[in-house]
Ligand binder design. Structure first.
Ligand SMILES: [Zn+2]
Length: 343
């Protein structure tokens, strides 16, 4: 089985966008009376089925992957929009939509939730929505290290304010993917720089901390290949060692994982050479992070299975990246997709 640990619902029914536009306008105007009613949302099964069938499901089949760990559009989380109540309503709607995708395509998708974070609001408030989603069968959450949308003014992920949420994640046996949302700082492009900056920032925060000594069961997936980390491995390793910390491989241990969303062969070759194989999870982040075909190969940039197929690693290591590691990181997958007898 090939498990893609990073997919977003980027082809949502159009009425969801209408709702969010109206919700954002009402939030910006601080006009609660103008908030669109959730009950008026039109998200029929047929539209959900078509939006998945012609996109993510079609690509799964064409590319030969089996199960996508699926979450709401990351750039749409927009934690900076409105207050906490806006974030709660929006997160519930987006997560419920993921639950419906999973219900319609139970063999192909499994849910990961967005959290109702809000700038300046205690992260522990998100535990309620996380629990609700786990009850619906979700296996993880996306955690935004910068709910401001590009101004990086939240405490580092090693700050105690995050701890109650970490405790809840551990209690529920779910990992988080570190994932920022859309960028409203004009100095950064959302998927080109902001995502990677946040990934790199969080890695640096945690390697100089004792976070995983405090929480040995806490699991962070740092997506987009770990940001700048693999390419600058020597820099991070040197800084860690100079600060009395162990080797990066030891720090990553059973706590930090990178995905394979780097979109070219040399990047994957480097990733698999530098980062311990046990800490790499297969992912594509399709559809939409980088659209279209690479003119040099003729294949989609986000057709990441091709790069893993060609990486100079053993077949046993390839199986770990495609399936085995994901099963360790997302223990709740077991209930949904039992490992094959041969796995
Ligand atoms: Zn993503």
């Amino acid at each position: 089985m090939i498990i893609d640990c990073h997919g977003h619902y980027t082809t949502e029914p159009k009425d969801l966008h209408r709702f969010r536009k109206e919700q954002t306008a009402a939030a910006n105007a601080k006009n609660k009376a103008a908030m669109p009613p959730r009950a008026a949302l039109k998200l029929p099964d047929d539209e959900i089925r078509d939006s998945i069938g012609g996109n993510q499901l079609k690509l799964q089949r064409e590319r030969g992957t089996d199960l996508t760990i699926f979450s709401p559009r990351a750039s749409g989380m927009g934690h900076h929009i409105g207050d906490e109540s806006v974030s709660i309503e929006w997160s519930q709607i987006c997560n419920d939509l993921i639950a419906r995708v999973v219900e319609l395509f139970p063999k192909n998708f499994i849910g990961v939730c967005q959290l109702p974070q809000s700038p300046g609001v205690d992260p522990k408030n998100c535990a309620v929505e996380l629990e609700r989603c786990v009850r619906m069968g979700f296996v993880g959450c996306n955690l935004n290290p910068d709910p401001s949308g590009g101004y990086f003014n939240s405490p580092p992920m090693t700050d105690k304010s995050w701890f109650p949420l970490y405790e809840k994640m551990i209690e529920l046996d779910v990992p988080c993917m570190i994932h920022v949302s859309g960028c409203c700082n004009p100095a950064m492009h959302t998927t080109g720089s902001y995502y990677l900056n946040a990934d790199t920032m969080v890695f640096m925060q945690v390697i100089l901390s004792d976070l995983f000594k405090t929480f040995p069961k806490l699991k962070f997936i740092i997506p987009h290949g770990g940001g700048a980390v693999p390419f600058h491995w020597g820099r991070f390793r040197g800084i860690a060692l100079n600060n009395g910390k162990p080797e990066l491989a030891e720090i990553m241990g059973d706590n930090i994982f990178f995905d394979t969303c780097v979109y070219h062969q040399p990047g994957i070759d480097l990733l698999t050479e530098v980062v311990p194989i046990d800490n790499i999870l297969f992912a594509s982040e399709m559809v939409g992070a980088v659209k279209g075909n690479d003119p040099k190969t003729g294949f989609g940039f986000d057709d990441t299975k091709r790069y893993i197929d060609k990486a100079p690693i053993s077949d046993a290591d390839r199986r770990k990246i495609f399936e085995g590691n994901a099963r360790r990181v997302y223990p709740r997958l077991k209930a949904k997709a039992p490992a094959a007898a041969t796995a």
